[in-house]
Design a protein around this ligand. Structure first.
Ligand code: GL1
Length: 227
């Protein structure tokens, strides 16, 4: 049986909050919507939305505000929020890619691995284009391909399938606990990005990609007895 590092043939990255700090723009736009509906919610509550689709996010926010909407109203307000979000990300540039991400992607490539994006956002391609990240990906799964909301593993399974790899051959990089749960449920090794207290289900948690090398990551996985 090959060692773990030889077994890993692909990396699957979430986008918002992992590669680009777009989560803050989703929060601004969702909060503006809640405010228009007459209530507010905290950054902590927004943590619960990370990784949810547009409709699932709206439904959660409506629960917080104790507001009933018809399906047609939900569609209308999702569009309103999305227009605000698209406006907020219209000035994204390559400099908005989070520290260390580009170097890490290059190292993963040089190590001969395949790279996929798995994001619940329908704006994922726009974000990749404006930050010039698109060329790094062999496969892109976005909110148009995903049907099942995390913690269902569908989004990662589609990404692995698009790379032609089994889950056991892929690392998943995720900043949300729901996403980590989805990766674990799909049989992936999951690296949480952020603070360990928010990511109790990850196999390993790192602060981010700054100063992270591929070899160093493999060492950390080995030290955490994941491999
Ligand atoms: C949707 C939600 C966002 C966020 C992303 C996933 O994006 O609206 O709040 O959860 O999925 O990171 P979008 O509206 O762009 O499809």
């Amino acid at each position: 049986m090959p060692g773990f590092s030889e077994q890993i043939k692909g990396c699957i990255f979430n986008l918002d909050g992992v590669m680009v700090d777009t989560a803050k723009y989703h929060y601004t736009a969702w909060r503006r919507l809640a405010n228009q509906l007459g209530f507010d919610f905290s950054p902590q509550q927004h943590e619960e939305l990370r990784g949810l689709s547009r409709l699932a996010s709206l439904e959660k926010i409506l629960e917080w505000g104790d507001i009933y909407m018809t399906e047609a109203e939900k569609l209308h307000w999702s569009d309103v929020k999305n227009n605000w979000y698209v406006e907020l990300i219209s000035n994204l540039r390559p400099a908005d890619v989070l520290p260390g991400v580009l170097l890490f992607l290059r190292q993963v490539r040089e190590a001969g691995l395949k790279i996929a994006l798995s994001s619940a956002s329908r704006s994922a391609r726009q974000v990749l284009r404006s930050t010039q990240l698109e060329a790094y990906f062999d496969a892109i799964i976005d909110g148009y391909s995903i049907r099942k909301v995390k913690p269902d593993p569908e989004s990662f399974l589609l990404a692995a399938q698009a790379l032609g790899l089994p889950p056991s051959a892929c690392l998943v990089f995720e900043d949300a606990d729901l996403g980590v749960q989805a990766g674990v449920a799909g049989g992936f090794t999951v690296i949480g990005i952020g603070l360990p207290e928010y990511l109790p289900n990850a196999h390993l948690v790192i602060a981010g990609f700054e100063n992270l090398t591929w070899n160093n990551l493999l060492k950390q996985l080995s030290g955490a007895a994941v491999i």
